[in-house]
Design a protein around this ligand. Structure first.
Ligand code: GLU
Length: 397
């Protein structure tokens, strides 16, 4: 559901109300904003850091998720396009990351000698609850010391399986982890349009998205990205994840001078994505989106009904099959008899143990396994139904 034409006065008032409550913000800055033909765009970095320092002076805590390492690496060694091979892209990120941080250091030094910290992280780091909480503690400590964390994916060690995929996704995870009240995603176009504005001069900028529905995802798919990244689609997916945690997103043009200042003055910059009314608690959000499913469990129609209609636990008796190898504490997808994905949940047993107890009553678990941790294979508190997060959101990027 969208509001393309709304009274500008009303928009400003509702934006100001929303922004007034923001005490912590995640600002994601894309490669297309940070780089230009011959390397990093220092003028833009200066402009953004100046606005960020003003925000900090106003009492807002800021976490930056910054791309630009690969793009900076390319420019540094004189390549014009992103190499195909993963290892070369990883090498490029390693070359560019220090350049990127030096640029931020210099820019932040100019404004109130603001100190910064570099955090390189992988999705795998955040899928383990303890490491997730450690990352969170580090972030919160930095913020309490008035230091701006600058986060990027640790490209050196990631392979597809443990990748966020893109920094849009990473910024959504960090928004959830840090309990920020707003995600600002700065890119090189003005926001979400109904078609690609770089090719259609009649493209209309959407002011506010009340709900991310199929129309919105269709608009996004017509706007591809820069240097091979996710484009508008990955930004919308990130906005949806954040909306499900009850947090709004603003996608705006980071190349526009004073953009952060304009956004915080309530100007109608970019596209505002409102939060969902019914949201997932942080733990469920983490199970559904930060952890990636390691396998699948096929359940019978009785268990499907008990889970969907009556909010019950998943017991061994309702399980028909198990696919993949996973451990206690991993996330898995639940499939019904028609092989439709109906939920994501965090399991209490290893896949090999579930294979031994599937179809049995819970009181047989001990005699079959020689131990019993829980009656249920997945507790309802760790189950997220697909209709809550919508089918396409389950295809974790
Ligand atoms: N981590 C990559 C970089 O710093 C960017 C990935 C992305 O922009 O999505 O270049």
């Amino acid at each position: 559901m969208m509001a393309a034409k709304t009274n500008p006065h009303q928009i400003k008032e509702s934006r100001i109300k929303l922004l007034d409550s923001v005490k912590r913000v995640v600002i994601k800055i894309g490669s297309g904003v940070l780089t230009k033909a011959n390397g990093l765009n220092v003028a833009v970095i200066n402009n953004l850091t100046k606005d960020i320092c003003c925000l900090i002076e106003d009492g807002v805590e800021v976490i930056i998720v910054s791309s630009g390492a690969i793009a900076a690496g390319l420019k540094k060694i004189g390549l014009s396009k992103r190499p195909q091979s993963i290892s070369q892209q990883q090498a490029m990120a390693a070359i560019g990351q220090s350049t990127l941080m030096i640029a931020y250091e210099k820019a932040f030094q100019q404004h109130r000698k603001q100190k910064i910290a570099q955090i390189l992280i992988t999705r795998d780091d955040l899928t383990h609850r303890r490491r997730y909480l450690n990352a969170r503690n580090t972030l919160l400590t930095l913020l309490s010391w008035n230091i701006v964390p600058i986060i990027n994916e640790n490209d050196t060690v990631v392979v597809d399986e443990i990748k966020f995929g893109d920094n849009d996704n990473l910024s959504a995870m960090i928004t959830n982890l840090s309990e920020a009240q707003l995600l600002i995603n700065l890119t090189n176009i003005d926001g979400l349009f109904d078609m690609d504005p770089r090719e259609n001069e009649n493209a209309v900028l959407i002011d506010v998205v009340e709900k991310i529905d199929h129309k919105v995802t269709k608009y996004a798919s017509s706007i591809p990205g820069f240097l091979g990244t996710g484009g508008m689609t990955s930004k919308i997916k990130a906005a949806r994840k954040v909306a499900l945690a009850g947090v709004p997103t603003i996608i705006a043009n980071g190349l526009r001078p004073d953009i952060i200042k304009l956004i915080f003055s309530g100007e109608s910059e970019g596209t505002l994505f409102l939060p969902e009314k019914v949201t997932l608690c942080r733990r469920k959000h983490w199970i559904a989106f930060t952890k990636y499913p390691k396998g699948e469990i096929l359940i019978d129609s009785g268990a499907e009904k008990a889970i969907i209609d009556n909010g019950k636990n998943l017991l061994p008796s309702g399980i028909k099959d198990v696919k993949g190898r996973f451990s206690r504490g991993d996330s898995v997808v639940l499939l019904n008899e028609n092989l439709n994905k109906i939920a994501i949940g965090m399991v209490n047993y290893h896949s090999s143990a579930i294979k031994k107890i599937m179809g049995l009553n819970s009181d047989m678990i001990h005699s079959k396994l020689g131990f019993k941790d829980n009656d249920e294979v997945i507790h309802r508190a760790n189950l997220i139904l697909t209709d809550k997060i919508e089918k396409e959101m389950m295809d974790v990027t």
